[in-house]
Design a binder for this molecule. Structure first.
Ligand code: ATP
Ligand code: FE2
Length: 330
């Protein structure tokens, strides 16, 4: 066996189709993606699927080119098996199976949420973290404890990114809303009271969305004031549940993941919280915070023992829970 294995990972849970390549020492070799976006509406699974089918071969080709490799150099294929949108997941799985068959190399399906945690630990050097994973569809606080990745808190309704994007669309500033809301919020520090919705270790945001829309309709507040108040409220909720999870597991490292973690105000609040409890906050580089396939490739390396050529047993897992993953790599 070669002393360094090379894994090609494929990501296709939602908007993004990506191909990433990494070696078994954790050296990133390529990270290429092409994302489907729509200005007017939320994600349309069948349109995202069409997009992924169209770009798949080119994204994989570009990743190989970036890594300066050919398909023959690849030892193992991994793909995002779930959770995600079934039509999107199928495209990645079919591509992965096709490559595995053609190259006669093993295939491993990995969990998208856990991959965010693993790439975060690899790129920042933290080792035993609590992950605050905040993306479009997902909002979870995850940590490894007692032989499993457990969910210590999550959203009871919408993902934080989708919530921000919905409000951004409502006030007519387009998609993706996150960066635009952040920019607007920087224009003021006039806080407008909003409902604060933490329930135990979980958060809920649909009531806040309705409240924000009503405030917008009343014409009594500026877009900037609402954007600022949205961030202050919702990020305080996230920071609170993350802190509670850290206290519960007695962990001293907070890791951020997901597109919403690109937000500098959320990063600042997380940093302050960690400092106050003598802990440390880690923020991975942007290209591995958002959905990406490098994390899928790295998770493939970590789970290489599970890889197999028995492709007929492999299927997508759209509702795969983080705590249902069988962990044999740490
Ligand atoms: P999934 O939920 O399946 O992981 P996704 O495609 O929604 O998929 P990401 O690429 O991780 O996930 O994140 C996209 C989200 O991140 C969007 O909702 C976008 O508005 C949000 N986002 C990006 N930058 C910022 C920012 N600066 N502040 C707040 N939110 C942001
Ligand atoms: Fe994600």
């Amino acid at each position: 066996m070669k002393n360094k294995m090379i894994c090609l990972g494929i990501e296709s849970t939602a908007h993004t189709f990506g191909a990433g390549i990494i070696n078994s020492k954790g050296k990133p070799l390529a990270n290429v993606k092409d994302s489907y976006t729509s200005e007017k509406e939320g994600i349309h699974p069948s349109k995202a699927k069409e997009h992924h089918i169209k770009v798949a071969d080119k994204v994989i080709k570009d990743a190989l080119k970036q890594a300066n490799l050919t398909l023959k150099d690849v030892d193992i294929i991994s793909f995002s098996q779930g959770p995600g949108l079934p039509p999107c997941l199928v495209v990645g799985m079919e591509k992965a199976k096709e490559l595995s068959k053609k190259l006669n190399i093993p295939l491993v399906g990995v969990n998208h949420c856990i991959a965010h945690l693993s790439i975060g630990e690899l790129t920042t050097g933290c080792k035993n973290s609590v992950l605050l994973y905040v993306s479009g569809a997902n909002t979870q606080i995850i940590a490894y404890e007692g032989g499993k990745y457990r969910i210590f808190g999550e959203t009871l309704d919408m993902g934080i990114g989708n919530f921000i994007d919905s409000f951004a669309r409502y006030i007519g500033i387009g998609f993706p809303g996150g960066p635009k809301i952040q920019k607007l919020a920087e224009e003021t520090n006039n806080y407008i009271e909003l409902p604060y919705s933490v329930k135990g270790m979980d958060v809920s945001v649909t009531g806040i969305l309705t409240n924000l829309k009503n405030k917008m309709d009343s014409n009594n507040y500026s877009k900037a004031e609402l954007a600022y108040s949205l961030q202050e409220t919702v990020f305080a909720m996230l920071t609170e549940v993350a802190e509670r999870a850290m206290a519960h597991c007695q962990k001293k490292e907070l890791l951020l993941g997901g597109g919403v973690a690109c937000n500098t105000r959320l990063q600042e609040m997380s940093n302050i919280m960690c400092r106050e409890r003598n802990a440390k906050c880690f923020v991975p580089p942007r290209d591995v915070l958002v959905d990406n396939a490098l994390m899928i490739a790295w998770q493939g390396i970590l789970e290489k023992k599970k890889a197999s050529k028995a492709l007929s047993n492999v299927d997508i897992k759209p509702h795969w829970r983080t705590d249902h993953v069988d962990v044999d790599w740490r």
